[in-house]
Design a protein around this ligand. Structure first.
Ligand SMILES: [Zn+2]
Ligand SMILES: [Zn+2]
Length: 269
C-alpha cells in the first residue's frame, strides 16, 4: 500500500543500500522513482556499479542528485572485464560521491569452470578498498568458503563493508560480522519459502544490519516478479522488523544509522 504524500513526513527514514538505477529499466523513470521513494519515506540510495562501461551513468546519478551515492567496481558475473587494475579502482574511487568499492566478490552459481580470474579480481578490489579507505560491497553466491578465505587473506577487515543481498548461512554471517562487516537483506527475506534466511535476519545484531532492494531485481512481497525500485526497501524493512518483533521505526533508525556510519557519505561525517 502506498501512503498518501502527506503521510511521508511521519515515516521513518530508510536508505536503500544497494540498487542499480543506471540499468535501462530506469531510463526516463528516475523522477518517478524518486517520487515513490519520498512517498515511502526512503531518503537515500546507494547506486552500485557493476562494470566500468556503465560507471559514468552511475556517477552522473550521484552527481545530479544529492541523496544518491555511488560505488566503483566490477561485478563477478562480468567476465569480459576480468583484468580490472587495482590502481584504476583507486583512481576512480576519488570521485567525491563514491562511498564504496564494489560490487565485487565471488559467484559460483552463475558462472562455472575455472574462476581463478574472479578470485584475482576480488583480491584487487579488496586491495583497492584498503588503499582508498572505502568499504567493500561484497556479492557472494555459492562461494562462502572462498569468499571468507580471500577476505581474510587480503585483510578485508581493514576496509570493512557489507555482504549484500545476503542469502547464506548463519555461520557465514557470524564470520563476516566478526571481521567487522555488515549484513544486508533484500526482498528475498520477504519470500514465504526463505525460512532459513528469515532466521538469520532475526539473529544478526541490529547494529550490523542493512536493508536494500538490489533494484531492478528481487522485488519484495507483495510486488514479487515486478521491476523493483528503491521505495520498496520499505517492505524489506517491515519484514525484518516483523521478524525481530521490533517497531519499524526502530529498525529504520538502526539501519539508516548503520548506513551512514559505514559509508560516511560526503556532508554527513
Ligand atoms: Zn550482487
Ligand atoms: Zn547488485
Amino acid at each position: 500500500m502506498i501512503p498518501a504524500a502527506g503521510q511521508a513526513a511521519k515515516l521513518p527514514g530508510l536508505v536503500d543500500s544497494h540498487c542499480h538505477l543506471d540499468f535501462s529499466d530506469f531510463d526516463g523513470r528516475i523522477d518517478a522513482v524518486r517520487e515513490e521513494m519520498r512517498a515511502h519515506g526512503v531518503t537515500h540510495a546507494l547506486c552500485i556499479s557493476v562494470n566500468l562501461r556503465d560507471l559514468p551513468k552511475v556517477l552522473r546519478l550521484a552527481e545530479h542528485y544529492e541523496n544518491f551515492f555511488a560505488s566503483v567496481g566490477v561485478h563477478p558475473d562480468h567476465e569480459e572485464q576480468a583484468a580490472i587494475a587495482e590502481d584504476e579502482l583507486v583512481k576512480l574511487a576519488q570521485h567525491p560521491k563514491v562511498v564504496a568499492i564494489g560490487e565485487t566478490g565471488l559467484d559460483y552459481y552463475r558462472l562455472k569452470g575455472d574462476l581463478e580470474w574472479q578470485r584475482q579480481r576480488f583480491r584487487a578490489h579488496i586491495r583497492a578498498a584498503r588503499r582508498c579507505r572505502k568499504p567493500l560491497v561484497i556479492h557472494t553466491r555459492e562461494a562462502a568458503e572462498d569468499t571468507l578465505r580471500i577476505m581474510r587473506e587480503e585483510g578485508a577487515a581493514e576496509a570493512g563493508g557489507v555482504l549484500h543481498c545476503f542469502t547464506e548461512s548463519q555461520e557465514m554471517a557470524d564470520a563476516a560480522i566478526e571481521m567487522g562487516f555488515y549484513i544486508s537483506f533484500s526482498g528475498i527475506v520477504t519470500f514465504k519459502n526463505a525460512l532459513a534466511l528469515k532466521q538469520v535476519a532475526r539473529r544478526v545484531p541490529l547494529e550490523r544490519l542493512l536493508v536494500e532492494t538490489d533494484s531492478p531485481y528481487l522485488a519484495p512481497v507483495p510486488f514479487r516478479g515486478k521491476t523493483n525500485q528503491p521505495a520498496w526497501v520499505r517492505y524489506v524493512a517491515e519484514e525484518v522488523a516483523r521478524l525481530r518483533e521490533i517497531p519499524l521505526e526502530q529498525l529504520a533508525a538502526a539501519t539508516t544509522g548503520n548506513f551512514f556510519r559505514l559509508f560516511r557519505p560526503p556532508g554527513r561525517s
